[in-house]
Design a protein. Structure first.
Length: 66
């Protein structure tokens, strides 16, 4: 069961979607999935950039092109 701070954070996100016009729970889950996927892509790109900067090399297989 989800309790405490995590529940509060989820409620805040749900409230933001609700006031934005998303009242269907399935649509909410779909949008959250997209956001989490994009966040993961961004984390991978940042990690690849950090590695390339540390090794003084160009990024291998960049997720985002210039």
């Amino acid at each position: 069961m989800i309790t405490g701070e995590l529940k509060s954070q989820i409620d805040k996100v749900w409230e933001a979607f609700w006031t934005g016009g998303l009242s269907n729970p399935i649509t909410f889950i779909e949008q959250m999935t997209y956001l989490l996927f994009i966040r993961r892509l961004d984390e991978l790109q940042t990690q690849n950039e950090s590695k390339a900067n540390l090794l003084k090399r160009p990024i291998e297989d960049p997720l985002y092109t210039p």
